[in-house]
Design a protein around this ligand. Structure first.
Ligand code: EPZ
Length: 428
């Protein structure tokens, strides 16, 4: 077992480079299945979710070669199955993108129901609604979804909820469908635009990604090229909060400031100074955090994937703040862990009321999911004394080299190994 040990209280200063976007990478890697050729993908983050997705493709027959630490060459020509292995896909939410990609290539797909972060019900009804509209049938047996079509044909699809996953899956299935598909009430996240740009660069015809209406004209064939993934909006946001919470001064490189606007706006409201440049931003904390109300929304609103991190920051604010989670039903599980450190937070359904405190106290805590884990790291960075965080595998799913990156800007953080249970036989 591994845990992070953080001796908090250091002010973070210096420069840090942001990695490629996790949520774009986990969509673009399965999208290479549709290309049925050799693709070179650059700026891939070195994180567990990416390794897992690449492994799933390899198990299906693809050849994946690491050209350097952030560039993969993926040859999907040898894939000759539309079935994704249960053991590999069950732990990862993004494995549901295999449904759209395999359906688009083979007109059939069989994939286990997805896992991933657990914050309430995570239905895929809108994904299936989209597949049906394109002419596919689906059924569930043995914990797997089977989707098949004689021929996929473009159609008008109105998504009842703004869903990143459904928008991506329908795009994937529609890229090679016959005729024109229109997705209305589509999600607008930067990784959706990135996926569309990737597919277009391979020969697809997708218009409107980044707006709520995406139009896709089906094409017969795609061809392999090189493509570079966008920087990670949420990793950048997390380092912005790390700087603010320690009253630090850090410049983040390899970012798209436009993607960070909602986070920048809220941090500015809290008294943090942010200077934007072409592909970098400088964050200067004042040491005082003003109370602030935050509501999560689909893009371009404040991202739900920054909600736990901003909660940690608000714990140190000068008053009472209200945090409204409007995307997920149950994304406040981590609050109990922050309370173990002395945070004053009360949760009622999708609303958290946070009373700012002078300081938190170190305590052993557990990451309950990826961003919850990031929130605990942030709280620990601003807490004098030694905080230990367990279940860090959640954090390593989505943050590349987090120990090295935080250490390089002055944090005292280490990854240590510890025995799960004391083993008398081994000890003797
Ligand atoms: C993606 O999840 C992200 N994951 C999540 O990031 C992120 O929190 C979420 O989008 C919202 O931005 C990946 O990109 C791999 P949704 P996804 O479909 O696609 C409801 C992280 O921390 N819904 O946009 O699963 C759903 O219940 C992760 O990096 C339906 O009702 O999210 C939720 O309330 C965690 N029916 C809302 O829509 C459906 O068919 C948004 O979900 C689909 C979704």
């Amino acid at each position: 077992m591994e845990k992070f040990v953080i001796n908090g209280g250091n002010r973070l200063t210096g420069d840090v480079t942001i990695s490629g976007a996790k949520n774009a990478a986990v969509a673009i890697i399965p999208a290479t299945i549709l290309v049925d050729d050799v693709c070179v993908i650059e700026n891939i983050p070195n994180i567990d979710d990416v390794a897992r997705m690449a492994h799933i493709l390899e198990e299906m027959g693809a050849k994946v070669r690491l050209i350097n630490k952030s560039t993969f060459e993926i040859d999907t020509r040898p894939i000759n199955t539309y079935i994704a292995n249960y053991d590999s896909v069950r732990r990862m939410r993004a494995s549901c993108y295999l449904l759209g990609a395999l359906l688009g290539r083979f007109s059939s797909a069989e994939v286990s129901l997805p896992g991933g972060c657990n914050f309430g019900v995570r239905p895929i009804d809108q994904h299936l609604k989209g597949f049906s509209a394109l002419g596919a049938e689906y059924f569930l047996t043995g914990g797997s979804i089977h989707v098949k079509a004689d021929e996929l044909t473009g159609n008008h699809i109105y998504l009842d909820v703004v869903s990143v996953g459904a928008t991506i899956n329908v795009m994937l299935a529609a890229v090679k469908a016959k005729g024109k598909t229109v997705i209305e009430n589509a999600a607008r996240e930067p990784h959706i635009v990135d996926l569309a740009n990737f597919l277009n660069s391979m020969g697809a015809n997708i218009m409107g990604a980044g707006t709520d209406v995406i139009k896709i004209r089906g094409v017969e064939k795609l061809r392999g090229r090189s493509y570079s993934i966008i920087p990670d909006q949420i990793e950048a946001g997390t380092y912005m909060v790390a700087t603010a919470i320690t009253g630090g001064d850090v410049t983040l490189h390899n970012v798209i400031p436009k993607h960070l606007e909602s986070i920048t706006a809220k941090l500015t409201e809290m008294g943090v100074e942010i200077r934007e440049y072409d592909d970098s931003i400088r964050v200067i904390g004042s040491g005082v955090i003003k109370k602030c109300n935050v509501k999560t929304m689909p893009h371009p609103g404040f991202p739900t994937d920054m909600q736990p991190q901003i909660c940690s920051l608000l714990c140190f604010s000068d008053g009472t703040s209200i945090l409204n989670e409007s995307v997920w039903d149950n994304r406040f599980k981590y609050v109990d862990e922050l309370k173990r450190m002395g945070a004053q937070i009360s949760v009622d359904g999708k609303i958290a009321v946070i009373e700012g405190v002078e300081e938190l106290k170190p305590a052993p805590v557990k990451a309950t999911d990826l961003r919850a884990g990031a929130a605990l790291i942030l709280a620990a960075l601003a807490t004098n004394g030694r905080t230990e965080i367990e279940d860090i595998h959640h954090i390593e799913r989505g943050y590349e080299n987090i120990v090295e990156k935080l250490s390089s800007i002055g944090a005292d953080i280490k990854k240590v190994y510890f025995p799960e249970e004391f083993n008398f036989t081994k000890a003797l």
